[in-house]
Design a protein around this ligand. Sequence first.
Ligand SMILES: [Zn+2]
Length: 129
Amino acid sequence: MKPKTLVKSECANYNRSDGSCWPTGDECLIRTGHRCGYFETCVLPLADQPSPKDDPKLQKQRAEARTAYHDKHGIVSATKIDKRPECPDCGSILPAGRKYGRCDSCRKAHDREITRQRVRDHRNNAVGV
Ligand SMILES: [Zn+2]
């Protein structure tokens, strides 16, 4: 599916009689090959919706339109941004903003382990003194 097709079927601002945009009265930005804020925030997210039962391919087609739109305008898609670093211990995605280290639960476990180790070393050293 092309972005234009997605607009035709889903955009609430699209005037089907002449291909214009209701709020501006100008020709639809997507049809003229430009970026459209409304399309990006309200129409593209539809690609994340599961397909309806009577049209099982719909989600894939919408995703295609989104990819085409992103590629055309050099937009880094949300799915790429979401590819955040993972916790080396359990493989879960790290909390937003954290670029390295462990997830919260593993970090706690890890800290406990470090502390235990330190205490043990300390005791072992103390024995010989
Ligand atoms: Zn973890």
